[in-house]
Ligand binder design. Structure first.
Ligand code: NDP
Length: 478
């Protein structure tokens, strides 16, 4: 029997979007000199005009952050800082629906995910770090050291509010002040967060938000008044930043790309594993740095897993991100869609077998059907490069050693998954894998207490947990 779902759209009336936004500097809104459109990627509707930050805007924000660091924030006790973080966390919870709807409109992700993952996890990061603010001496970090001072934070478009929370919460808990730049296509929840800072009575200049493009990010990176940069985004830009900071005293953490291996052993529970594979690659349209984008299947079960996976993929509901039934929303931008199309065309040209779910895609906006490639070899571009879309590359193995060899054969080292009924298999594989985060019989689970980060070209340093705190204190491990 086929069940049809009636549409269940979330109302957007809870959200008020201004036609034009400025920058949030020193606790006030400052007009931008020029603007660009922020669109809803599901419809291409223009949502608002966002200010393009110049070097002068960045300079004003850095000066405000320095002044706030010297005059107010660094003078407060951890207990006082913690109170502000608790207040921010509670306001985010109170305004959760507003944040979720706005995130979905601006990013294209399903409301089910912004409502149940992005927004609650963002508030959880503020609660978690509020708890540490007055207990840093028990966190195992070197508390004889001081905060860096002014931290420049540059974030991507895949989890706009959550990446802001990952960056801002530990910076404030450890006594730093912040200049943050959201991604060009997804500034709106960061601008709503600025309103939350005002509502929480956060001292002026502690959090500054300058919107803009790569040139604005570069102005933050190269500003002499910045003490530390925290960046999440592409490996390409991460390398540019590392080069720019090499001759300086600025501290740096980088959270970059990935090509996560999801390894399925022959003894895995197949139905649960299929759900985990779907969650691993189709969560957030595959715009996830730690996505399980390479499925590495033991040959003995490959046919059965692939058959069940295709059946399951045909049931993925693609469409209006504001509909509460939707599983897979819009691709974030025309540029990202072009990149996904280019890489999938390369997969076909190099000889891999392409299969896409049978779904109807909306005519407006940016969309890509859930897709898998079989017969992928390690030399194929779709096995080596980050596609950052709802596309899974399937490889097979005969022996556990071959699985590990294939999993580690990547310039990245961010995440991996292992599916097996045997604890000894899992522990053995975990020790062999070069990945910062490894999930066993699950995938894409996040918690503020759990450090996150990668090896090799996936970046430097950890975010979250006690390890993430030390990156915001001078002299502690980077
Ligand atoms: P980028 O790395 O270009 O963007 C990340 C952030 O850095 C954005 O805020 C961006 O601004 C900013 N930025 C861009 N250029 C510079 C610069 N020279 N100096 C300082 N900051 C800069 O990623 P894209 O959005 O272009 O995505 C490209 C690819 O990167 C994706 O296809 C995906 O493969 C990967 N990616 C990986 C992410 C991850 O979490 N690992 C997240 C996002 C992308 P602006 O948005 O205005 O360009």
């Amino acid at each position: 029997m086929n069940f049809e779902y009636a549409a269940a759209p979330e109302s957007r009336s809870v959200v008020k979007i201004d036609p034009v936004y400025g920058h949030f500097i020193n606790g006030k809104w400052v007009n931008g000199s020029s603007h660009f459109n922020s669109i809803n990627p599901a419809t291409e509707e223009v949502l608002s005009q966002i200010a393009l930050g110049t070097a002068a805007d960045v300079d004003a924000a850095v000066k405000a952050a320095r002044n706030a660091f010297d005059k107010s924030w660094s003078k407060l006790s951890g207990r006082e800082r913690g109170k502000y973080l608790y207040r921010i966390a509670r306001i985010m919870q109170e305004r959760a629906r507003e944040f979720a709807v706005l995130e979905t409109l601006d990013n294209g992700k399903p409301i089910r995910e912004s409502r149940d993952v992005d927004v609650p996890l963002s508030a959880a990061h503020f609660f978690y770090h509020a708890g540490w603010a007055d207990k840093l001496e028990y966190a195992g970090v070197d508390t004889t050291t001081a905060p860096h001072g002014v931290v420049g934070q540059i974030i991507p478009w895949n989890f706009p509010l959550l990446m802001l929370a990952w960056k801002v919460a530990p910076a404030l808990a450890t006594g730093n002040t912040v200049v943050l730049k959201p991604a060009e296509t997804t500034s709106l929840t960061a601008l709503l967060f600025a309103q939350v800072c005002q509502q929480a009575g956060l001292p002026d200049g502690v959090v500054n938000i300058v919107t803009g493009d790569g040139s604005t990010g570069s102005a933050i990176v190269n500003h002499p008044g910045i003490d530390k940069i925290a960046f999440t985004g592409s490996t390409e830009v991460g390398k540019l930043i590392a080069r720019a900071l090499a001759p300086t005293n600025k501290s740096l953490t980088l959270e970059l790309g990935g090509k996560g291996a999801n390894i399925v052993f022959g003894d895995a529970a197949i139905d649960e594993t299929v759900e985990g594979i779907v969650n691993g690659i189709f969560f957030n349209q595959g715009h996830v740095c730690c996505a399980g984008s390479r499925l590495i299947l033991q040959e003995s079960i490959a046919d059965e897993v692939l058959e069940k996976l295709k059946r399951r993929m045909d049931k993925i509901r693609v469409g209006d991100p504001l509909d509460k039934n939707t599983d897979l929303g819009a691709i974030n931008s025309a540029e990202q869609l072009a990149k996904i199309r280019e890489l999938t065309a390369a997969g076909e040209a190099e000889g891999a077998g392409r299969w896409s779910a049978n779904c109807e895609l909306p005519t407006n906006g940016f969309w890509f059907a859930p897709t898998i490639f079989t017969g992928v070899t390690q030399a194929h571009r779709i096995a080596r490069e980050e596609i950052f879309g709802p596309v899974l590359s399937v490889l097979t193995f005969r022996t556990p050693a071959e699985a590990i060899e294939k999993a580690n054969n990547t310039p990245f080292g961010l995440s991996a998954g292992i599916w097996s009924e045997k604890g000894s298999n899992i522990l053995w594989a975990t020790q062999q894998l070069r990945a910062g985060v490894i999930w066993a019989n699950t995938f894409n689970k996040f918690d503020p207490a759990s450090p996150f980060g990668g090896y090799k070209e996936s970046g430097w340093g950890r975010e979250g947990g006690r390890h993430g705190l030390s990156a915001y204190l001078k002299g502690s491990a980077k």
